[in-house]
Design a binder for this molecule. Sequence first.
Ligand SMILES: Cc1cc2nc3c(=O)[nH]c(=O)nc-3n(C[C@H](O)[C@H](O)[C@H](O)COP(=O)(O)OP(=O)(O)OC[C@H]3O[C@@H](n4cnc5c(N)ncnc54)[C@H](O)[C@@H]3O)c2cc1C
Length: 443
Amino acid sequence: MTQAAPVSISASAAGGAPRKHVTVVGAGLVGLASALWLQEFGHEVVVVDPSPPLGEEPWRHAASYGNACTFAPHGVVPVSIPGLAWQVPGMLLDVTGPLAINWRYLPRLAPWLRAFLRAGREAEVNRIAGTLAALLNHADAGWQPLFELASAKHLLRRKGCLYLYKTEAEYAAGEYGNRLRERHGVRLTRLDAAEVRDLEPNVAPLYHAGVLYDDAYTIHSPRQMGEAFARAFQAKGGKFVKGCATGLGSTRTRLEFSVDGVRHSTEHIVVAAGAFSGSLASQLGDRVLLDTERGYHVMFPHAAELVQRPVCFVRHGFYMTPMADGLRAAGTVEFGGLSAAPNKVRSDVIRSEVGRLLPAAGTAGKTWMGFRPSMPDSLPVIGDSPATSNVTYAFGHGHLGLTLAGVTGRLVAELVSGRPPHVDITQLRIDRFHRWGGRRKIA
Ligand SMILES: Cc1cc2nc3c(=O)[nH]c(=O)nc-3n(C[C@H](O)[C@H](O)[C@H](O)COP(=O)(O)OP(=O)(O)OC[C@H]3O[C@@H](n4cnc5c(N)ncnc54)[C@H](O)[C@@H]3O)c2cc1C
């Protein structure tokens, strides 16, 4: 994929747009990238979050903390694709598979699931892939100026990302996505088993073949990255308010919200609260078909040297990513909403599968569960509120939030500054599912 050339911040920042007081709700990667781009466009920015990236328990709840750390320009293939509906029962029966569901949650999930299955029709998949490709083309250019600003370039590792297929049939099924990727210019290299072994000799030879996505890169430590961005934000006068934003609403001239019972006012609100954005949007008069794909990670503190790059056995749906504090096995999807406790079976499965796929991985350490903010069509919501003036939405990035946060932040800054967005965002409206009757929020 040809990435758009990085734009230097000074060249892209708004000239002459009025300086606004902007409050960003949510300090995950999308909120932080939005805050930094807003500052570059000349705005005064406050970020509200109960666990900001600096502090004792940074990012406890945020998907941005626990993800697989991979910048994935190969992410043009939406989650729902033709034929997936027929594979779901098999995936649910296989406890080592990538998908699980909390059946008690199914009635609440039904409208989302219907829209998800509709999004998997061939014509829809092609439309969605085109929209994702346009965003992904600008993804690196949205990040690099921020990494420079935060002096965080040393956290990047550029060795691609490897997908492994256990059988010939799995590999053949994966070709649907790989051809779609190639049509959108994604660079990839198909590898036979011997070539995979040369690249990753410590991975057990339980694979038939692999595909290397050449332009993927990893963030060595999402925590250090968050801290570097937070420091850069504060150095430019940005302020964190620790707490949950509630009671969002508007008066005739300002927007208002509360944090711990204290009322605040601001000129513009950016809602970037990940999977928790639905209830905030409904306070502002908008409804959205947002749900969560819960994901898990298990750390292997002594295994970081065993692989050179993120390695994903497609059948199991998690990446094994080398990081500063060990190897992180992260991924899988569980439908179960925002309030159910973590399901220990999911992290146990990841732990035992890593033991088989990477026999030298050793003892597992900490486990984590977090909430991917997911729309049924795998596209984020980026755009202004139809219901309330001076509100901009930036959430719903599903499996691609780390990858797309930079370009999203720049789009947010353009919208707040009244400038035309540099990527077409007409498909990313918050109300795009209303025609399907998908008017529902999650609390
Ligand atoms: C296991 C796993 C692996 C993944 N791997 C990758 C990957 O390799 N590459 C990739 O691109 N993406 C990956 N993702 C997806 C990515 O992590 C998410 O899409 C991304 O982190 C979403 O960022 P966000 O800022 O929108 O949300 P979050 O990171 O969830 O942040 C939302 C923030 O909002 C705050 N908040 C919530 N409610 C309120 C409120 N009322 N007031 C104030 N603050 C509030 C929360 O505390 C939180 O800090 C993965 C996700 C998971 C779960």
